[in-house]
Design a protein around this ligand. Structure first.
Ligand SMILES: *Cc1c(COP(=O)(O)O)cnc(C)c1O
Length: 229
């Protein structure tokens, strides 16, 4: 989208303040503690210097969807802000697992056995356990990543048992152009019956709805950094 000169797209400090207020309001309306909701600032396609106003305001959780892009952007920022936490929210290829583990504190896109097996091996070698979310293809869309909802219970059990992975929660991206509410509700249901406390769901257009359905991690990009070029 073209730059319009409207401040929404570029005033990251103001956008962040607004987002925090909206998250707090949504949490309160849902009878939830806003402190239990992590805002992940999705910084993909935005250059490192755009992170500075957010970091300066204490935003420490950031999401990237490509390992390579994150590697080029984050090491200097992480050196300056050692408390910052990086979340991988895009697909993880098996040949990038080692690099991903070196850089990311959380991986939201565990969605297949081969990846679980490799992650287990590499985590052991690295001696560092990231937070892990299993991505569920909640709308069962053929083109979308994620595990079919019907396979979730068995996969979670195998990840915990056979692979010894510390699964924190579930992640989903509901189908575009549909009411996300039933999808968020279904993800929450799968998590609850498997004793998983964390839900990574909700983006710029639907994070308040996601909070109503129990989201603990909302992944917000364009509402914070503006449209991606
Ligand atoms: C890009 C992306 C987001 C952020 O989307 P916005 O609509 O810009 O907030 C969230 N989650 C995932 C997995 C993404 O790829």
């Amino acid at each position: 989208m073209a730059q319009t000169g409207i401040s929404r797209s570029t005033d990251i400090s103001a956008n962040l303040a607004r987002l925090r207020t909206r998250i707090a309001t949504a949490a309160q309306a849902a009878g939830r503690d806003a402190a239990a909701i992590t805002l992940i600032a999705v910084s993909k396609f935005h250059p490192a210097e755009q992170m500075l106003p957010a970091l300066a305001l204490g935003q420490l959780d950031f999401g990237e969807n490509r390992v390579q892009e994150a590697q080029g952007k984050w090491p200097p920022l992480c050196a300056q802000w050692p408390d910052c936490r990086l979340h991988l929210i895009g697909p993880l290829q098996t040949n990038k697992v080692r690099q991903a583990l070196a850089l990311f504190d959380a991986i939201h896109t565990l969605d297949r056995e081969k990846l679980a097996r490799l992650l287990a091996d590499e985590i052991q070698a690295a001696g560092k356990m990231p937070d892990l979310f299993i991505q569920i293809n909640i709308g069962q869309e053929p083109q979308k990543a994620g595990l079919p909802p019907g396979d979730a219970d068995a996969f979670i059990a195998r990840c915990r048992g056979e692979f010894g992975l510390n699964i924190q929660g579930l992640m989903c991206i509901p189908p575009a152009g549909q009411d996300a509410a039933p999808h968020f509700a279904r993800l929450a249901e799968i998590a609850a019956r498997n004793g998983l406390a964390q839900l990574s769901m909700g983006m710029s257009d639907d994070f308040e709805l996601a909070i109503r359905h129990g989201a603990t991690h909302v992944r917000v990009g364009s509402a914070l950094f503006g449209a991606r070029g």
